[in-house]
Design a protein around this ligand. Structure first.
Ligand code: FMN
Length: 187
């Protein structure tokens, strides 16, 4: 039997059940209906250090010399056909929970990489309090450039402005939730 394709959702908000989580749930529903296995990784609460720029990737046989929870995140990312980065907009950028995931990808790129993460697809889901779409400009550009670097194909970006309290997406985010659901179905 053919193995199911995997969507790995990296949840970057410290608020469980908040606005970006809701977007991720909607995408997951659509993807599951299309036969994907959806795996959720809750980043908040994990010990995820920043990159040390020590240039010792793989020197101990593992991607990184640091012994924190990133290895488990890497394992989940390795399984993914599609990586979903779900984040609240924090100071026009990534949350502190999800940013180290980007920085600690360094071992998987370049000539010395023993495991490669190239060839995946990626999705950005984000929520922000600001009502202007422009608020996401930096985040979207960061995502676009990072995916280019990683050689990941972008399958979609859904950025929902005007979502501030935790319940906003559930109460008034129908447009974005249905976009996320449709994106999940189209993966
Ligand atoms: C530390 C912090 C920084 C934030 N920075 C921004 C920002 O730069 N622009 C903005 O529009 N909203 C900002 N917000 C609001 C969140 O993006 C907004 O509440 C979002 O819906 C949270 O998503 P979540 O429920 O998934 O955590 C910030 C909130 C916090 C707590």
């Amino acid at each position: 039997m053919e193995e199911k394709k995997v969507v790995t959702v990296l949840l970057g908000s410290p608020r469980r059940g908040g606005n970006s989580d809701h977007l991720a749930d909607a995408l997951a529903k659509g993807a599951e209906e299309k036969g994907y296995e959806v795996r959720r990784v809750v980043l908040a609460g994990k010990k995820l250090n920043g990159c040390l720029d020590c240039r010792k990737c793989w020197s101990t046989g593992t991607p990184c010399i640091q012994r924190d929870d990133m290895a488990s995140v890497h394992e989940e990312m390795a399984k993914a056909d599609v990586l979903v980065f779900a984040t609240p907009l924090y100071f026009y950028s990534w949350s502190a929970q999800i940013k180290p995931v980007w920085d600690r990808l360094i071992p998987f790129f370049g000539d010395s990489a023993k495991v490669k993460f190239a060839g995946k697809r990626a999705v950005l889901l984000a929520a922000a309090g600001d009502t202007e779409e422009e608020a996401f400009a930096g985040l979207k550009e960061s995502f676009r450039l990072a995916c280019g670097f990683a050689k990941w194909k972008i399958s979609g970006m859904i950025c929902a402005p005007g979502m501030y309290p935790k319940t906003d997406m559930a109460e008034k985010g129908e447009k974005f939730l249905s976009e996320a659901y449709e994106l999940g179905r189209s993966l």
